[in-house]
Design a protein around this ligand. Sequence first.
Ligand code: XMP
Length: 513
Amino acid sequence: MNEQIVLLDFGSQYTQVIARRIRECRVYSTIVPYDTPAAKIDALSPSGLILSGGPSSVYDPNAPMPDAGIFELGIPILGICYGVQLLAHFLGGRVEPGQKREYGKGTLQVTDPSCLLFRKLPETLTVWNSHGDRLSRLPRGFVSVARTENSDYAAIEHHARRFLGLQFHPEVAHTPRGREVLANFVHEICGCGRTWTMRNYIDQAVEEVRRQVGDERVILGLSGGVDSSVAAALLHRAVGDRLTCIFVNNGLLRAREPEVVREVFGRHFQIRLRCVEASRQFLRRLRGVTEPERKRKIIGRTFIEVFSDATRRVGPARFLAQGTLYPDVIESIPIAGNPAALIKSHHNVGGLPKKMRFELVEPLKCLFKDEVRQLGKALGLPDAIVHRQPFPGPGLAVRILGEVTGPRLQILRQADAIVVEEIKRHGWYYRLWQSFAVLLPVRSVGVMGDERTYDYTIAIRAVESQDGMTADWVRLPHDLLERLSSRIINEVKGVNRCVFDITSKPPGTIEWE
Ligand code: XMP
């Protein structure tokens, strides 16, 4: 089993960020609900615990409290923000409601450089604060090891018990040396090595899949996206020909997508691949439909039908593999005021049929997205797949406003291919969350040569985002925009106007629908 750090989630929007930072130190980390019993945590044999921040005050009647037994496990504990107030609350210090919220940048002065948390760091650090309550008296045995303008207890330590607390957030980018603080906690204080790498993970995951699957067969719905592609490559390594991938062409894919999937998975990896050509079926059912939710429902239902049918043709299989990721399986914490609990992912790629009687194999379910990409690379998948931008399950149907028809799909596919090609050529593709074309089904007047035209408009969308929940439009250079516009209008028949979307999310969404 991996050495690991267990994170107790008190509802901070940054809990997953902390977990990722720890893993970037090559130490495995797991997030558990704040009230997980100490015995259950002990059973995981963690090398250390982190108590996350959270929106609550320890004074709230419903404040989330951990099992007091965690302080008796004999392992190091790091409390961050709300976590440090819990240390004080449980171990006999005092927390006072702050007069005003301390929010924003601060300067940390390390007063005890022998504290291992600040090993090899300067004595003055820029840190990011965001808290209401503050410590006013230290619990017994604790000393202050750093202060800020507003607090003498910005970092505290109980040396013998290896309990530490930070009032600031080391996990966010606004604390530039925060990663090193966390690295010191896991390596210097918890004594963890650097063993969590995707190369090691492959061996472990392959063994686990083999143990689960035995001699049985596995089916996987391959979309060509990062997650299902990496899952396919991993499973293929584990069970070889006992894996069959099913790729459904729903007619709503981007240019050359079916060919790329065939090339990479069929020819290169020699994976057993069934490509199902269902474009007509999808298009027939979408005929005359303009309402976005209805389009989505029709596409979802049709996919399930087509996929179920394809699985029957493949023959008996006991397992269905899915590229579920860690953020989908972390139990979200219903704490009042926790926005992270409310904005749970609103769509699940593919939405594979629950009623189909398969047992699930989910070899990526403890990985974050960036780890999945690293794993894909380690398994030999090309960058074009490992670093591709997200593409919605309902495909181009959500990027054609109004009715989806064959001719409109052809126009959008061509325009989109130009956007992708130029954005790549100008070195922007891998820096963006998404960049794509949208077809607006209204016609406007234009002139081309001596002729009057009456054609569609293409909107170009380019956004930056961490997770798709919020996004900012990207200031693409004017010469790139000009190139996009002139190529699209010249090369794509049926388009005479290009616009660039300058809406962020919120208030807009990324897709237009
Ligand atoms: P919105 O448009 O809601 O999109 O701002 C946020 C992110 O989710 C993607 N998206 C989807 N992904 N199935 C998916 O797998 C869907 O039905 C779906 N709808 C939107 C979108 O591309 C963006 O990255």
